[in-house]
Design a binder for this molecule. Structure first.
Ligand code: APR
Length: 232
């Protein structure tokens, strides 16, 4: 049974596609206080502002494409005999569009909505507002973005921790190490797991990795995947 790989991606893998990161120079959190648009309290306080924030990001997503790094990770999953689990913090659909299937969106998905009345989760590619109607129960004004906000539990954590403890390789790509639990994944792997960080600059948890590769994702990731497929 070929050893398994767990990959974690953050906003840096989508940066070269034109999707803004959160904490780089022109990052999203430079433009908005996350307390105003990315917490349950913000949604209770001003749902219209929160809906506008996510509707703007959905519209921006329509104009971008997966890049060579997204495509390389999909190729790794297709061509490598052992399991490749891709855990992304990103809410964009670029890994999905690149062809990754064994994929967990631990912070939710921008192009989906959730109904607070009936709990249904459904595709929602367009704008969302306080007047939006749930496609499952027809309730009005109870639809929210299917996004994990701060102070909320990320998705599929049991499955992620199980994979981390079993994998032979853990690689973190384009994530700053600011936000837990993702920033702590490198500490949750087994004693023999090889750990690699690929990033434009060392993250806050870079010292916890065996190996650091510095550069742009579209350069580093295809080369890394070639190595893994060659059995290096
Ligand atoms: N190639 C590789 N890495 C890059 C590139 C690039 N072209 N451009 C930026 N980066 C790296 C930066 O060096 C940084 O480490 O991407 C990371 C972006 O960091 P953040 O903006 O903090 O994004 P991320 O780590 O994904 O944030 C984690 O925070 O706000 C929450 O829910 C949000 O999922 C997000 C979480």
């Amino acid at each position: 049974m070929a050893a398994s790989i767990v990959l974690l991606t953050g906003a840096g893998i989508s940066a070269e596609s034109g999707v803004r990161t959160f904490r780089d120079g022109d990052g999203l959190w430079e433009q908005h206080r996350l307390e105003d648009v990315a917490t349950p309290e913000a949604f209770r306080r001003d749902p219209a502002l929160v809906h506008r924030f996510y509707s703007e990001r959905r519209q921006a997503l329509a104009g971008v494409e997966p890049n060579l790094a997204h495509q390389a990770l999909a190729r790794l999953e297709r061509e490598r005999p052992g399991e490749v689990l891709l855990v992304t913090q990103n809410v964009d659909d670029l890994h999905d569009r690149a062809g990754s299937r064994n994929l967990i969106h631990m912070h939710g998905e921008l192009l989906k909505g959730r109904c607070l009345a009936c709990g249904a989760v459904f595709a929602w590619p367009g704008d969302m507002s306080c007047d939006s109607r749930c496609p499952a129960c027809s309730g009005v004004g109870r639809v929210r973005p299917h996004i994990v906000w701060f102070h909320e539990l990320p998705m599929d954590m049991d499955r992620i921790y199980d994979a981390l403890q079993r994998c032979a390789l853990f690689a973190a790509i384009g994530t700053s190490g600011h936000v837990y639990p993702a920033a702590g994944f490198v500490e949750a792997v087994g004693p023999d797991t090889r750990t690699v960080e690929l990033n434009l600059a060392p993250s806050l948890v870079a010292s916890a990795f065996h190996e650091l590769r510095t550069g742009r994702a579209t350069d580093l990731v295809p080369a890394f995947v070639d190595e893994l497929l060659a059995g290096l």
